[in-house]
Write a protein that binds this ligand. Structure first.
Ligand code: FAD
Length: 314
């Protein structure tokens, strides 16, 4: 069988807020983008219920509905949205080469990487069962749903401290579960949580079950030094043990930080490879919000459009 090869001007990898926003801008600029959705069409928001902080939805919207709107808007201007996974790339070629599902070869003048990031989870059954029903990996996104209530957060890095502080402004009490007798977080962040009267730190503490049938109503914890078990009543359980950017297939070509977040040239979405741009959570380990992902998606499309204009005039 003849191998499938296709040439495109703009290839967008990923279908979260960053990818679809890039697609809306690129298609309205007449660049006929092709977008591959990856294994999670619509991205991370498809696993959440209410999104209350995305502008334009005054009565809130569910994550899946919102991402359906993004898709329709991108398709309305001519984006070809296709189901498929980028399985390898070669960015030494011009145009760049991207292989989809190990069989389709796309040659693209510009590649927009919007593959997002995945939250790391504890991997216990109750966490999966109660995800979106009180279990969350994003305090900024979901903390508001627990205002005035008691919550717990697990994690010991800067992000966990930051999220615990954020939650303490909204919730009546925040239990912080730390596996060791020390934190990984910077001294300044540690001080901030330790001096916060609404945050109670539980050292050497882990959980093996988040409690609740329809929604979270507690967490079972144990002290890993003494073996002592107890339960605390909470209505929200936040997992803050890190994120994994979905950038593995680009690592031989694209500069990244130690965690795998793509480095972009400040003030732009340009990577170290000409014609390859990165947007959304794949290059953002700080804000990680739908609106910031969409913002950088817009930037990536505009950067690609300018690059193509120069490229065509060469
Ligand atoms: C449970 C939860 C609730 C949240 N709630 C909110 C909220 O209320 N408000 C808010 O602003 N933010 C929220 N966030 C954060 C928000 O979802 C992210 O910041 C945002 O989705 C990032 O968008 P993105 O486009 O960069 O990537 P993602 O949404 O992560 O999408 C990445 C896309 O890339 C695709 N992909 C990955 N690898 C490949 C590949 N090799 N080939 C092709 N495609 C690939 C995936 O299939 C996916 O479509 C929440 C996150 C979670 C997990």
């Amino acid at each position: 069988m003849k191998p499938e090869i296709e040439k495109v001007k703009v290839l967008i990898i990923g279908s979260g807020p960053a990818g679809y926003t890039a697609a809306i801008y690129a298609s309205r600029a007449g660049l006929s983008p092709v977008l591959y959705t990856g294994g999670q069409p619509g991205g991370q928001l498809t696993i959440t219920n209410d999104v209350e902080n995305y502008p334009g939805y005054p009565n809130s919207v569910t994550g899946p509905e919102m991402m359906e709107d993004f898709r329709k808007q991108a398709e309305r201007f001519g984006t070809q949205v296709r189901y498929g996974l980028a399985t390898s790339v070669d960015f030494t070629t011009k145009p760049h080469t991207v292989i989809i599902d190990e069989q389709v070869t796309i040659h693209a003048d510009t590649v927009l990487i919007s593959t997002g990031a995945s939250a790391k989870w504890l991997g216990i059954e109750s966490e999966t069962r109660l995800n979106g029903k009180g279990v969350s990996a994003c305090a900024v996104c979901d903390g508001f749903f627990f205002r005035g209530q008691e919550v717990a957060i697990i994690g010991a890095g800067d992000t966990a401290c930051e999220e615990a502080s954020y939650l303490s402004n909204i919730c009546s009490k925040v239990y912080m579960l730390i596996r060791k007798d020390e934190m990984r977080a910077s001294q300044i962040m540690q001080k901030r949580v330790m001096n916060n009267p609404k945050i109670e730190i539980l050292w050497n503490t882990e959980t093996d079950e988040i409690l609740g049938d329809e929604e979270v109503n507690g967490v079972r914890i144990f002290n890993n030094k003494t073996g002592e078990k107890s339960e605390i009543a909470i209505s929200g359980f936040f997992v803050a043990i890190g994120h994994q950017p979905n950038t593995g297939i680009f690592k031989d070509y694209i500069h990244m930080d130690d965690a795998g977040y793509i480095k972009t040239i400040p003030g732009s979405t340009k990577t170290n490879v000409e014609g390859v741009f990165a947007c959304g959570d794949a290059q953002d380990n700080i804000y990680r919000q739908a609106v910031t992902a969409a913002g950088t998606g817009c930037m990536a499309a505009l950067d690609a459009e300018r690059y193509l204009a120069e490229f065509e005039n060469d």
